[in-house]
Design a protein. Structure first.
Length: 202
């Protein structure tokens, strides 16, 4: 069987990149036991630089950079591309309309799964940029699904943790405990499940 070459942009942090690569390979092993691994090209980006673009709302500059990256993956023979970073999906449409290679939208995939599970309310944990963008809120609300987010103080802490503790090989136990506390709190407020809308969170 011939498998397509996958182009993945971002991580953005190193720990997240390692984790999703392992999960892709493990998932493939379970489904295609006797087949060779799929070809994957990961284009890693600097988390500090990407964060700065969002901080300054330089969406056009970011879009242009990502268009360049997607086109580079296309030249390398990738059959499709995707942003592994949820926050990058804020500029997904801008990038997609400027490239020829097909792109997979992770947000659409998550929304489809929430709908499939017939959930009535979900919690959302991710960067402050993704929470403020309403990227998940809007499609969920159109489906009649409530989207709950952490309290403002906790959201500020989550953003800080994503940029600091979650970029380290070993995550402090206190950080994990507080993150889990936010999951529990969202559940207590009525969430049937929680979307971990950042590849550093799992």
């Amino acid at each position: 069987m011939s498998f397509k070459r996958i182009g993945i942009i971002g991580g953005v942090g190193p720990s997240a990149t390692i984790l999703y690569y392992q999960q892709i390979i493990e998932g493939f092993r379970r489904r295609e036991e006797n087949e060779p691994y799929p070809e994957i090209i990961i284009y890693s980006l600097d988390i500090g630089e990407i964060n700065q673009y969002f901080e300054n709302e330089e969406y056009e500059v970011l879009s242009n950079k990502l268009v360049m990256v997607v086109k580079a993956l296309h030249r390398l023979g990738c059959d499709f591309a995707l942003f592994s970073c949820n926050t990058m999906h804020i500029v997904f449409d801008r990038v997609q309309e400027q490239v020829e290679i097909p792109m997979i939208n992770l947000v659409e995939g998550v929304i489809a799964e929430v709908k499939h599970r017939r959930l009535k309310a979900v919690g959302l944990m991710g960067t402050t940029f993704i929470v403020r963008s309403k990227l998940y809120h809007r499609p969920l609300e159109r489906l009649g699904i409530k989207c709950l987010v952490p309290q403002e103080r906790e959201q500020e802490w989550i953003m800080e943790a994503i940029l600091t503790d979650l970029q380290n090989p070993e995550i402090p136990e206190s950080t994990v405990k507080r993150l889990l506390g936010n999951v529990v709190e969202l559940g207590q407020r009525g969430a049937d499940a929680v979307i971990l809308a950042c590849t550093d969170l799992p």
